[in-house]
Design a protein around this ligand. Structure first.
Ligand SMILES: [Zn+2]
Length: 413
């Protein structure tokens, strides 16, 4: 099943409500991408006639989503008025439950971050205590959003596990040890705003397609390296959901016959070889075995090591850090070679925690792809890292709400 995309304009739309809706969404999306545009430019870009554009823009201004920005000098004839999205139209909350923290951002409608909230989670924390911490952070974000005295459109939330996106229930999060948590219901009862809950890879892929590195790409493989390893396939801006909604769970692809047991219960999963968890585990084991490294001196407690610390040590010539990252990069390359051969994407976006190691990871990945991926598919595929870095999931959660507002502006105002 393909998810509804941010829609392209349709000519000859007449006044049919569904097509008018689609055209309103298209104008909003163009204004978001280009910051300011005139009515004439919107007509040229969409192919819609000037009268239709005038009518649609009038409606968007009345809804408060678009405002007139200023008068531009015209070469000839009437002066042109530039239009832009009205940042003050409303606020959106983007949230994430991670393995070690919960975080949320509040953005305006452009979307620019105005507030950030973060709370630490202890890995051994009981589910109810961790949920309390999460609620605490999300309520703080909501309080910050309502202080602007603008509508709060809703909250998006990315979580690391299998999610029934229709009901917003977290079905199973092996790395958190949570199952069957009706997050959407809990949050909507508490905050009284619409809440959209989805898997971290889904919202991140949506975010990169809407606001980030994957804009204007046709077939995108998004790889989420936050904790474990997940993925999503995006075709023409739509997430490929699969029959049950879980397409893209690439972390449990078998890449070896033996090795460490995965949290899913099997051995040989890609996630056990190429993930944030795999990197940190390998570094800690090598430090415990007595290998020399600047990491040992920099941090007393190996449990506190992060990917960013390993990446920095690698860049400064630390052998342990560099070789650990390179090994993760090679395993990323092995899995990606299979996926690229299968999907023939024009872009692979790697997001999440491992992004911090991109300077070492990318050459290692590309070295494997050079020999393991089919030349013809490899040549057309760019490998890049998420534009929003550590905020990829948070911006994706914002994108989930944002796209709904764009799709049916009247319903959300
Ligand atoms: Zn697994």
């Amino acid at each position: 099943m393909l998810e509804q995309p941010v829609l392209h304009p349709v000519r000859f739309a007449g006044d049919q409500p569904a097509l008018r809706q689609r055209n309103l969404a298209a104008l909003l999306d163009l204004l978001r991408r280009h910051t300011t545009l005139t009515r004439t430019e919107l007509a040229q870009m969409t192919g819609l006639n000037r009268a239709t554009i005038t009518r649609l823009v009038r409606e968007l201004i009345a809804l408060g989503l678009v405002c007139e920005d200023g008068v531009l000098a015209a070469a000839a004839g009437r002066p042109a008025i530039s239009l832009r999205l009205n940042g003050a139209a409303g606020m959106i909350i983007g949230a994430e439950i991670g393995f070690a923290s919960v975080s949320a951002i509040v953005t305006d409608f452009t979307p620019t971050i105005v507030t950030r909230v973060e709370r630490k989670l202890r890995p051994d924390e009981h589910r109810d205590a961790a949920l309390d911490q999460a609620m605490n952070a999300f309520c703080a974000a909501y309080e910050a959003a309502i202080r602007w005295k603008r509508p709060v459109f809703g909250m998006g939330l990315g979580v690391p596990g299998l999610v029934d996106a229709a009901t917003g229930t977290l079905l199973f999060a092996p790395n958190l040890g949570w199952s069957d948590v009706p997050l959407k219901q809990i949050l909507e009862d508490r905050l009284r705003i619409p809440v959209l809950v989805d898997n971290v890879a889904s919202v991140s892929a949506l975010g990169e397609s809407t606001f980030g590195a994957a804009q204007n790409h046709r077939v995108v493989l998004y790889l989420s390296t936050q904790g474990g390893l997940g993925g999503r396939i995006v075709v023409d801006g739509h997430i490929l959901r699969g029959a049950s909604g879980f397409a893209g769970e690439v972390g449990h692809m078998t890449v070896a016959e033996s090795g460490r047991r995965c949290n899913c219960g099997r051995v040989g999963c890609w996630e056990t070889r190429a993930s944030q968890m795999a990197l940190l585990q390998a570094v800690r084991e090598r430090l415990a075995a007595g290998e020399p490294s600047t990491l040992r001196d920099a941090i007393g407690d190996p449990a506190q090591i992060t990917v960013a610390m390993v990446a920095e040590a690698a860049e400064q010539g630390d052998n342990l850090a560099r070789s650990a990252l390179e090994k993760i990069g090679r395993w990323l390359g092995v899995g990606l070679a299979n996926l690229i051969n299968m999907l023939n994407p024009d872009l692979v976006v790697i997001g999440g925690a491992l992004s911090a190691g991109h300077q070492v990871l990318l050459p290692a990945i590309e070295a494997v792809l050079a020999t393991e991926a089919l030349r013809w598919v490899r040549e057309d595929c760019e490998i890049t890292f998420a534009a929003h870095g550590a905020d990829t999931c948070l911006f994706g959660s914002v994108a989930a709400v944002y796209r709904e507002v764009l799709r049916q502006p009247q319903r959300w105002i």
